[in-house]
Design a protein around this ligand. Structure first.
Ligand SMILES: [Mn+2]
Length: 329
């Protein structure tokens, strides 16, 4: 299959085809086993080869799927309601350096998770490089069923994968995450959610009080995904680089069932791909996360090859290809 595409020139990156990839086998931001196998499943399905062969990217990848075992503390008891906080912080600090190293050279950065807690490191690393290189803030489009903006005080579960946006925007700070500096932050005015449908009451309060821009599934039903993207981009403003953080659970569980916290009533495959295609078309994408693919959830005993896993991995690969320039015609 040879996709003939016309990639849109990047407005903020010196090259259109240098792609830094970090594969993050981390599951400590939540309690279910298996999400650490996400990057391996995506790469085994051929994602990086597709990007290289069909979309002409020069892939900069160390060939590793990082499990960061050397960073894991012997014991990691709960602190201030945060589960496994030292491991989460240490992995994200290392990942921050990894995405920063790619982004400071002007590469597009793709981070494959892993649970969504890894966005703390991936996005802060890109944001730091964007500030240094372009003297601009980084905008984030967070596509997710959940807002992931709990603080350790509002979180019911204590899982850090429900807190990354709070850490990234400075709404939540903690000494365990003291490496995360103010200059790595995302301004609340440059954050946009798409696809929300399962938001905790404490999070709703945070969204309201901080006037955070959020397009729920209700807004997508009302306006259609095309109008929602237009409004999201208009809100961010024209001259700002964008990071896309895509949680596969934004898709409806019919299309992406193999994920830790599925919620019915989600995006169709086409709506998901459309978001990614539209962001590519802006020429402003500088980073992307694809997270929460869990090949072990719903897997049969002894093997991960169920239709649910195959569909979820295929959907994930498609989202990344669309964000990186694959088009239908
Ligand atoms: Mn998420």
């Amino acid at each position: 299959m040879n996709m003939t595409t016309t990639p849109v020139p990047s407005r903020f990156l010196p090259s259109n085809n240098d792609l830094g990839v970090v594969a993050v086998a981390f599951s400590g931001g939540q309690g279910k086993a298996g999400v650490d196998a996400g990057p391996d499943a995506l790469i085994k399905a051929g994602l990086l080869l597709q990007l290289q062969d069909d979309l002409s990217y020069k892939i900069h990848h160390d060939g590793q799927i990082h499990n960061y075992r050397d960073l894991m503390p012997e014991t990691d008891p709960t602190v201030d309601n945060m589960k496994r906080p030292r491991g989460c912080s240490a992995v994200n600090q290392r990942l921050h350096e990894q995405t920063y190293e790619h982004a400071k050279d002007g590469k597009l950065v793709l981070t494959l998770g892993g649970d969504h807690s890894i966005a703390i490191g991936s996005i802060s690393g890109v944001a730091r490089a964007v500030r240094e290189r372009l003297d601009k803030p980084l905008a984030v489009i967070w596509v997710d069923a959940h807002a992931d903006i709990n603080t350790y005080e509002t979180s019911g579960s204590g899982n850090v994968h429900g807190m990354p946006v709070a850490f990234l925007t400075g709404l939540c700070k903690h000494e365990i995450f003291s490496w995360l500096k103010d200059e790595h932050q995302i301004p609340l005015t440059k954050l946009v959610y798409i696809g929300l449908r399962d938001v905790d009451s404490g999070e709703k309060k945070i969204l309201r009080e901080n006037k955070i821009k959020a397009f729920s599934m209700h807004d997508i039903d009302r306006h259609g995904i095309g109008k929602v993207i237009d409004m999201a981009l208009e809100y961010i403003g024209d001259d700002i680089p964008i990071h896309l953080s895509f949680d596969v659970d934004a898709l409806d569980p019919v299309h992406a069932p193999s994920t830790g916290t599925p919620v019915r009533g989600g995006l169709t495959l086409r709506e998901g791909d459309f978001i990614c295609e539209s962001l590519h078309e802006t020429g402003r994408l500088v980073g992307m996360d694809l997270v929460e693919v869990n090949p072990m959830i719903l897997a049969k005993e002894g093997g991960a090859d169920t239709w649910q896993v195959t569909e979820t991995v295929r959907a994930g690969c498609s989202l990344v290809r669309c964000a990186l320039g694959e088009s239908l015609l």
